[in-house]
Design a protein around this ligand. Structure first.
Ligand code: SF4
Ligand code: SF4
Length: 442
């Protein structure tokens, strides 16, 4: 696609990156078939190609966009399904992030949206604030039905639903030495949402890593990975989180003996692997951020079938594997989690439309509840059609979003691997679902 940026505009590194992405697009439209919002809405402006046209026009003029342009860019899930499909290697991620930062600085959103976005940015990435908000949200549960009736208040209803379905619980943060022949030492990323919503994910990861031969270190002072606010276009805030983590983890690495920064939430993993790019123009951080990105690993990358501890117990259950977009499209980790589950003895099945986003996508399920609901229902229907005993995924957002819609318990892949190699049954299976299979009894 031909661009018309001026040389002054191209002197800005973000604009130069966006111009390269736009020029790489050959308008073929292959990406439209795998774009969830285009599949749902059938509107070219809700497709990757359509959005690239909108972003090109907006960034070339440098002016504030119209509400219509903002609406179509807001509807993008940043699922990166289009990046996997695109034969021309269009760097859609950095283009849409640049466009969102441009919107954030040039466009005045309606007051309600500004308040909602501010609340999300000031609460969700902070563990204590998020836990407190969940507790308060549980008290306000009776208001959910009333708020649900209007499109205007529906995002608030979604937040209350999240609170009702997820009681906050404390997560362990104590370093844990390995209990097997030592392979190495890893930092386990603590994150923001996962330890509040599903602390059992991290507990299972730590047990499994210890049993596999890894010492686990929790780095004091670490915070949110920055993805949540960065994807909302709040660039300075996002980079603030990122710099803080680079400082904290660099101290640990410099002290010696860190083999990897281990991530159990694939949404965070995709962003941490991009720290090097995001801070490439900051001389004080570029090299250290690149080193952090190189050390970041999803837990399914660190482990392989040969390194798994011996099987102690593999319950005869059928596992439907849901591939999170941030894992399959963002990090190109497609088959490893499934292979690990099979190596642990589970029967694993995958749904049709496995490439499609479930609609969670960070804060998207709150900001765009209607599309998120439709995608969540579509994904859940396809997973449940496999008649699984349990659904396994590698990302907290997907686990919560699908878990709220499915009768089948949803767990993290690592909980099943831990269970099969000597750990306890996943908490979701012990609790069970009212109308679902009590798989832990299988
Ligand atoms: S990131 Fe996902 S929702 Fe956005 S344009 Fe690409 S495929 Fe569509
Ligand atoms: S598949 Fe790639 S090159 Fe083709 S229209 Fe989509 S973004 Fe452009």
């Amino acid at each position: 696609m031909k661009t018309e940026f001026t040389s002054e505009q191209l002197a800005d590194p973000a604009t130069a990156t966006s111009a390269g992405a736009i020029r790489a697009c050959v308008h073929c439209g292959f990406c439209t078939a795998t774009c969830p919002t285009y599949v749902l809405n059938g509107d070219e402006r809700d497709s990757p190609r359509g959005r690239i046209y909108l972003m090109k026009a907006m960034l070339e003029t440098g002016a504030a966009p119209t509400p219509d342009v903002v609406r179509h860019i807001d509807r993008c899930l940043t699922c990166l399904g289009c990046v996997t499909t695109c034969p021309s290697g269009v760097d859609y991620l950095h283009l849409v992030e640049h466009a969102r930062a441009h919107i954030e600085t040039t466009y005045q959103r309606p007051l309600r949206e500004r308040l909602l976005r501010w609340t999300i940015a000031k609460v969700l990435p902070w563990r204590r604030r998020f836990a407190l908000a969940l507790r308060l949200g549980r008290l306000a549960a009776p208001l959910t039905d009333v708020l649900q009736r209007s499109a205007f208040t529906r995002p608030l209803a979604t937040m209350l639903e999240l609170a009702q379905e997820n009681a906050p619980r404390p997560a362990a943060t104590t370093d844990a030495p390995c209990a097997a022949q030592r392979r190495g030492r890893v930092i386990v990323q603590q994150g923001c949402a996962e330890p509040v919503l599903r602390p059992e994910f991290r507990a299972a990861a730590v047990r499994l890593l210890n049993r596999t031969g890894y010492d686990v270190r929790f780095a004091p002072g670490e915070g949110c990975c920055g993805a949540l606010v960065h994807h909302m276009g709040r660039e300075a805030e996002g980079l603030g989180f990122i710099r803080r983590n680079v400082d904290v983890w660099s101290r640990e690495i410099d002290a010696g003996g860190i083999d990897a920064i281990l991530v159990t939430a694939s949404g965070c993993g995709a962003t941490i692997k991009d720290y090097g790019f995001l801070l490439r123009n900051d001389p004080a951080y570029a090299a250290r951020a690149a080193r952090i990105s190189a050390l970041a690993k999803d837990i399914s990358e660190l482990l392989d079938a040969s390194s798994l501890p011996p099987r102690v117990n593999t319950p005869p259950i059928r596992v439907a594997y849901h591939a999170a977009c941030s894992l399959q499209h963002g990090q190109k980790i497609v088959t490893q989690p499934k292979h690990l589950l099979e190596a642990a003895g589970f029967s694993v099945v995958t749904p049709t439309e496995a490439h499609m986003c479930c609609g969670s996508a960070g804060a998207y399920s709150i900001l765009q509840p209607e599309i998120a609901d439709r995608l969540g229902a579509r994904k859940t229907e396809r997973l449940e059609a496999l008649s699984p005993d349990v659904i396994a995924t590698g990302n907290i957002g997907c686990a919560v979003h699908i878990g709220a819609r499915s009768h089948v318990p949803v767990v993290h892949v690592v909980e099943l691997l831990d269970w099969a190699t000597g750990g306890p049954a996943p908490a979701a299976l012990k609790i069970g679902k009212e109308t679902g299979t009590h798989a832990a009894d299988a």
